[in-house]
Ligand binder design. Sequence first.
Ligand code: NAD
Length: 353
Amino acid sequence: MNDLIFTNSVGKSLATIVAGMNEPRLFVLTDANTSQFVLPRLVEQYPALSTAVNITVHAGDFNKTLDAARDVWKVLIDHEASRHDVLINVGGGVVTDLGGFVASTYRRGMHFINIPTTLLGAVDASVGGKNGVNFGGFKNQIGTFAVADATIISSCFFDTLTDRDMLSGYAEMLKHALLDSPKMLARLLAFNVLEAQSADLLALIEENVKVKRSIVDADFREAGPRKALNLGHTAAHAFESLAMARRSPIPHGYAVAAGCVVALVLSHLKFKFPSDTLHAFAAYVREHYEPVEFTCDDYPALLNYMAHDKKNDHHGIFNYTLLKAPGKPMVNVALTAEDITGALDIYRDLMGI
Ligand SMILES: NC(=O)c1ccc[n+]([C@@H]2O[C@H](COP(=O)([O-])OP(=O)(O)OC[C@H]3O[C@@H](n4cnc5c(N)ncnc54)[C@H](O)[C@@H]3O)[C@@H](O)[C@H]2O)c1
């Protein structure tokens, strides 16, 4: 897998990587927020970046589209970029997904470096080689598996993020902890991500990303074991779709936190996942994340979204990743609509909605 570098000296690290390449021209992809909040700080750390061609796209998942990709390809062509030049993606998951897709398809693949600037990007989106754009109303329908030349992971740009952005990323860290061990889970449930020192957070991120990395290294193209990383995501995508349909989108990580509670309820019912851990996790989510609101009238819509999830190989069967215990995932667990509506009832009880 790609070279993951954990450091808060991002500019220095970037300079070293570029110096090891064959004198590439530098292209920097940002969105409207990272061009304002992050790029000037990065240029201060690595002045050579001031001569780079900066391409800025609109912020937000809504803009992770083929149109945005076309705009970036066009700038690369206008500047006669070659495969030996490098696209430096500076942003959250939207920028690294889009930039990785553009770079991996431009002239059959140019160099790219990811510099994630959100917690979610640092622990998840920028790691693992999945790139892509949304298409036809569905997420990540067009994309590539392509690994960045390097991913520089830091916590030094998080000070301009909102608490919601931080908690959204933290939900993916909690998911990794559930996949790792009771010990890591207990540590994360006791950690205050909103008050953390930058260096402490970076150390925790490094440990957490190793969980994802070891799963991805064992199954890069998701033939089997990598599906463990889908924990919580079947329900999460349905919650996101419901929120989107109501025109009140929720952050991805908030949906993942709720989706993990649903997955743990199902894990308890099917595989005797320890009930004290389920309750500790649900209490954490209830305290820190506003719940995804729905009633039993929404069950048909939620089941319909789950039925269309691309993780389902066969129509009518709901394919879930569950856990026997923290660190013991079970992939491709086939569930019925009754299993899921029962778990949604229990989720609502646990969240008090
Ligand atoms: N490729 C993968 O494996 C993978 C995994 C998980 C999620 N994703 C994708 O990641 C995306 C979500 O990522 P995200 O939560 O980082 O969203 P995002 O990229 O939209 O960033 C969230 C918001 O924060 C802003 N921002 C970014 N860095 C900032 C900073 N340092 N200071 C101030 N504002 C900043 C952005 O402009 C945006 O408005 C989704 O498109 C999702 O599909 C991909």
